[in-house]
Design a protein around this ligand. Structure first.
Ligand code: AMP
Length: 459
């Protein structure tokens, strides 16, 4: 997954982009980058592995311009390298091209082979680079038409910000898989994956990009086009469940409200009659646990403390480091847990590693009963559209019954929210959401070679 940000028409473009990226850090911690276009028309980039704060201040201080885009990246382990850091910056006969992408293109493999047969040489293993090559080949005059050319026939998920010459463009795929918000800051146009990126720079949120929309911003003003065939809406429900920040609005609704409702519905579907208190696995399930507590009438307690200087567990490459990282990341509050029958709410169980580690922490701190409640349906399939879920074999719910999962996690009871309950709880639901990783209902044919996608995933 990734975070993207773009701004045009302000002398503070680089600073604002850096700030925007800080607020999108949760969407990717593998690499970060900024491309800015200077007054003389030169485009320059700073990219580095790691966090936004790991980008060289000296290099960023040397970056100037009134237009910039930025990216935070989070992909699978195989492709974690500086060549795959974004924004991509290239020069073409039509001027420079800079691009930052969030999502996964499901036919990138085929498109790449086509381009290679035409002589293209790729500098990275990212799916996003396919779009850059197609931009370079387009002979359309208007920048928005060049982007429409480049994206024609591209399948899968994309929210994109791109710079073509002097124009800033933003685009969202016709199914609207990934969020992309637009706002205004005085005379400047601002785009960000989530509204929290607009808030941090003081921009006013205006609206989301529509699915299938391309917006171009340059000295001639702003133009919006819808060049693609209309497709069924498939916004990613996992953005509401886990990925986005609760202080954001995505897909026209509040993430906090969505998560609270998921928690309330979970309490109705899966009560825990013997429990005395509820706590969350911080931070992504805080709002859902509050919803569960409100609905069940149980007190909400802080029983797990998260170390904020450790990244998301999932990103660790091997199982051994993942296990160790649960303890590195969380500790239990004995005074809250000792002798208590507790409900532990998490937003999702993927491999089960985190839950297993947490249950042993919670029991070690003296909990008498542990009732695990999950504010999403069981994850039974990989995501091909940008969420970094592992292969089916590694997904605990793909291969085990509820009772087997309960026993393997070591909890007294286990309850997942139903698929319908999940879809009915999110704003704008139940229709119009992609729930493939929960239901197996994939909106596009899965990539012919999913492993290839893993090496090449944009984010
Ligand atoms: P696991 O240990 O594999 O079951 O991971 C479940 C935990 O990881 C939960 O606490 C989730 O909040 C979190 N999680 C779920 N999906 C992802 C993801 N794609 N990337 C990172 N963390 C995730």
């Amino acid at each position: 997954m990734c975070g993207i940000f773009g701004v045009r028409n302000t002398p503070d473009a680089v600073t604002l982009t850096k700030l925007g990226l800080y607020s999108l850090q949760h969407r990717g911690q593998e690499s970060a980058g900024v491309v800015a276009v200077e007054a003389n028309g030169h485009a320059r980039s700073v990219r580095s592995m790691g966090l936004v704060s790991d980008m060289s201040t000296t290099q960023l201080d040397g970056l100037h311009g009134t237009m910039a885009i930025g990216h935070t990246r989070y992909s699978t382990t195989g492709s974690s390298s500086i060549e795959n850091a974004q924004p991509v910056l290239a020069s073409s006969r039509g001027g420079h091209i800079a691009l930052a992408h969030n999502g996964n293109l499901t036919n990138a493999g085929e498109l790449r082979v086509e381009l290679e047969e035409l002589g293209s040489i790729f500098a990275s293993s990212m799916d996003s680079e396919v779009v850059v090559h197609r931009l370079a080949r387009s002979t359309a005059q208007r920048p928005e038409d060049r982007l429409a050319d480049a994206l024609a026939g591209v399948e899968g998920a994309y929210s994109i910000v791109t710079i073509l010459g002097d124009t800033l463009l933003a685009a969202r795929d016709p199914r609207g898989w990934r969020p992309l918000a637009m706002g205004r800051l005085n005379g400047a146009r601002v785009f960000g994956s989530e509204t929290c990126a607009l808030d941090i720079v003081g921009a006013t949120y205006e609206r989301d990009l529509e699915p299938g929309e391309i917006i171009a911003v340059d000295d001639d003003g702003e133009r919006s086009i819808f060049p693609f065939e209309r497709k069924e809406l498939k916004r990613c429900v996992f953005e509401h469940v886990y990925f986005a920040r609760p202080d954001s609005r995505i897909f026209g609704g509040s993430v906090d409200r969505a998560r609270r409702e998921l928690g309330r519905r979970l309490a109705r579907e899966c009560p825990a009659p013997s429990a005395e208190l509820v706590f969350s696995v911080p931070d992504s399930s805080n709002s859902a646990a509050i919803g569960y507590a409100e609905e069940s009438g149980l007190p909400y307690e802080l029983a797990l403390i998260r170390n904020h200087y450790v990244g998301r567990t999932f990103i660790q490459p091997t199982q051994a480091t993942r296990d160790a990282k649960v303890r590195l990341k969380y500790n239990a509050v004995r005074e809250v847990l000792e002798g208590k029958r507790v409900v532990m709410v998490d937003d999702s169980i993927v491999r089960g590693t985190t839950t297993r580690g947490l249950v042993s922490l919670v029991r070690g701190a003296g909990a008498a009963e542990v009732h695990m409640r999950v504010s999403s349906a069981p994850v039974t399939g990989p995501c091909y559209y940008g969420i970094d879920t592992p292969s089916r074999e590694e997904l605990i719910a793909a291969n085990h019954t509820l009772e087997e999962i309960r026993a393997s996690l070591g909890v007294d009871s286990l309850g997942y929210l139903s698929l319908d309950g999940m879809l009915e709880s999110v704003p704008g639901g139940p229709g119009g959401f992609c729930h493939a990783c929960f239901s197996g209902d994939y909106p596009t044919p899965p990539p012919t070679d999913p492993d290839k996608l893993r090496y090449g995933c944009g984010c």
